[in-house]
Design a protein around this ligand. Structure first.
Ligand code: FES
Ligand SMILES: [Fe+2]
Length: 400
């Protein structure tokens, strides 16, 4: 349980908040490459700030505050030109650094020399535009193995925007016991549990969390012969098998998930595409009506991501942890929270928080992805027991 003050500290993402200051030490994906191929501007809300991403006619990409410095119209409707973006209202022209180049109808040097549109750096990397909203100099995008390895191919999956705070998604990364229970009847399960209260939890004989230099390694133990590892890169990334979810805090009550799939080449062949554009799949809404909040929306509960989103959103738009009751099995959640609090202090003391990499040539962060790690675990005790105990053929939809 946290106090309300601690809860606000943990979940705040805005520029004036300690949590927001911590998050402003990392790069976040904000759009896929194709978005700026199809249109010249894209609206971005990131860490509570409203921004416009654009590509000018010289091919430069900029990220500027949404509201024009003149009289506040949105630059989303600006015209992209050779030298930048021109506000649709009166034509003030901005370059990618936020400098004002023109102020029609006059040329107002006083304004051009003293006013600057808020502007942030953008990088294009593995099929996405990434933004950095923190103090200069910007660090590197970490060389996470599944983002930089060449012995496979990547593709992207965009989950629908979630109507809840990013920490509800990220706490789930440190919550191994939910999966065999919440996801016991997801459509890709082939078996039914004997006991729907316990689901498949008795297949998991243990779980452990180990701090690493990049974050936390979660070990899920299934008997003496099988351990499944899920690395968490601090603060907002989770890998499960070939899929790496990047949880992007939109504002205090919304989160986007960009998922990067890295499929190892079965022959170990290298793929040296520049990857500025990747295949992208966009998920259909996980609830009906799509934009409504619990309890006015009904979650679609048939697949794993939908089941997760239902749990995170029904905790509330910004879950109040002063009313929770943590159990011993929630110790991974506590570990993540402590790591957030410790790193907020680090930032306040002027240091770099965990998993900020400044060397452009820093070694690859090896999270141990192998062909074996991309495969599902063997049947556990609780799974096998169904057939032994019932002597029944599996029901339709659950056949081997
Ligand atoms: S409001 Fe943008 S130029 Fe006037
Ligand atoms: Fe889950």
């Amino acid at each position: 349980m946290l106090t309300q003050e601690e809860n606000e500290l943990l979940t705040g993402v805005g520029p004036e908040t300690p949590g927001g200051q911590l998050l402003r030490r990392y790069w976040f994906p904000v759009a896929v490459t194709q978005q700026l191929n199809d249109q010249s501007t894209a609206f971005v809300r990131l860490l509570g700030e409203d921004l416009v991403l654009f590509k000018d006619k010289s091919g430069r990409v900029g990220l500027l505050a949404d509201h024009c410095s003149h009289r506040g119209a949105s630059l989303l409707y600006g015209r992209v030109e050779e030298r930048g973006i021109s506000c649709a209202y009166h034509g003030w022209l901005y370059d990618c650094e936020g400098n004002i180049l023109e102020t029609p109808p006059e040329r107002n040097d006083a304004i051009m020399n003293s006013v600057k549109q808020t502007a942030y750096p953008v990088k294009q990397f593995i099929g996405m535009y990434w933004a950095y909203l923190g103090p200069a100099p910007a660090p590197e995008i970490p060389h996470l193995d599944v983002w930089v390895r060449k012995d496979g191919k990547r593709h992207l999956f965009l989950h629908p925007t979630m109507d809840c705070n990013w920490m509800q998604a990220q706490e789930n990364s440190l919550d191994p016991t939910h999966a065999p229970i919440l996801h016991q009847d997801a459509v890709n399960r082939k078996y039914l549990p004997l006991d729907s209260t316990r689901g498949f939890i008795d297949d998991m004989t243990g779980f452990e969390f180990t701090e690493t230099y990049y974050g936390i390694m979660k070990d899920e133990i299934f008997g003496p012969d099988y351990v499944e590892q899920h690395p968490i890169m601090f603060p907002n990334v989770l890998r499960v098998h070939a899929g790496t979810e990047i949880r992007v805090p939109v504002d205090d009550t919304h989160t986007r998930i960009f998922e990067v799939y890295f499929d190892l080449d079965p022959d170990g062949a290298l793929h040296d595409d520049d990857e500025l554009e990747l295949p992208v799949e966009t998920g259909a809404p996980y609830k009906e009506p799509a934009g409504a909040l619990h309890p006015f929306a009904r979650m679609i509960m048939d697949k794993v991501p939908q089941q997760d989103q239902a749990m995170w959103e029904t905790q509330g738009p910004r879950y109040d942890r002063s009313t929770e009751h943590l159990a011993y099995s929630d110790r991974g959640v506590s570990m993540l929270r402590k790591m957030i609090f410790d790193n907020i202090v680090k930032v306040q003391e002027g240091g770099d928080p965990k998993a900020v990499f400044r060397d452009p040539d820093h070694p690859m962060i090896d999270t141990g992805l192998t062909h074996a790690a991309t495969h599902r675990k063997p049947l556990g005790r609780a799974t096998r027991t169904y057939e032994v105990a019932t002597g029944k053929t599996m029901p339709a939809g659950f056949t081997r």
